[in-house]
Design a protein around this ligand. Sequence first.
Ligand code: NDP
Length: 284
Amino acid sequence: MSTIPSITLNNGTRIPQLGFGVWQVEDDAAEAAVRTAIEAGYRSIDTAAIYENETGTGRGIATAGVPREELYITTKLWNSGTKDWSGPQGQDAVLREFDASLAKLGLDYVDLYLIHWPRPMHGSFGNIWSAFEKLAADGRARAVGVSNFGPAQLDALREQSGLVPVLNQVELHPYFPQDELRAYHAEHGIATEAWSPLGQGKTLLGEPALVQVAEKHGRTPAQVVLRWHLQRGVIAIPKSVTPSRIRENIDVLGFELDEADLSALAGLATGERIGPDPQGFDWN
Ligand code: NDP
């Protein structure tokens, strides 16, 4: 498990390059899934307030028997449109949401706290980021970052604050490789984290070009896709509630994709997202 590579973030902290995501895992199933993942060797867990499974995730963390300092826990602020995030009261609201997440997780700090969506149609998220600066300064969030941000929102944050998000968690898989955004991130010292790294386990894993690469290496299509993320310097957080898949998805270290494999995977890019486009997406 210590062989899972890690990436150094712009604040000097390190994040494992492969983590375990728990979106769409019911709260009462999260404990077993997270424990199975930690037993399989995962050290990084990705949850969010809106997943409504921070309590089960926290139980899995508590019962897995691994010291807290060896784990890397991410959760996210649900900057819901039903709350007023502007002004000083917006900052207090963030701190309350953060406290609620910590209490559910049963932790006294998280390794990474993210703004879940930019919601650009609602204007500035500056007050939210000010609260994130406070959490980072207090050390209750060892690192702070964003999710689903585009260059326009990242530019706005950089203009407002000296605190650059450590990473941006975005949809990224071979159908949608995000090369332009990755280049922007690289230029500004922001790491790239892939959500839905397996393309949600749907048609992607049956693509003939991918299956061929998998057969060549005696691996599964999921393992090849995760290997692709690692070799591109991207952090991936695959989700599964199936114990055999949880173990399969972390067994990605004993092989290397060559140029021909990488170009076969590059050929899968369609430019199509599975999820919504964050620039136009609101959930209210
Ligand atoms: P993934 O790409 O991780 O795919 C998960 C799906 O693939 C599940 O249905 C799972 O099935 C299946 N699967 C997993 N492993 C395998 C395998 N080896 N072979 C075949 N099928 C497999 O999608 P997610 O959308 O869950 O993304 C991963 C994580 O990213 C989320 O859990 C969440 O933490 C994060 N995320 C963040 C978002 C954001 O806005 N910031 C948005 C979406 C996701 P089963 O569980 O039945 O085994």
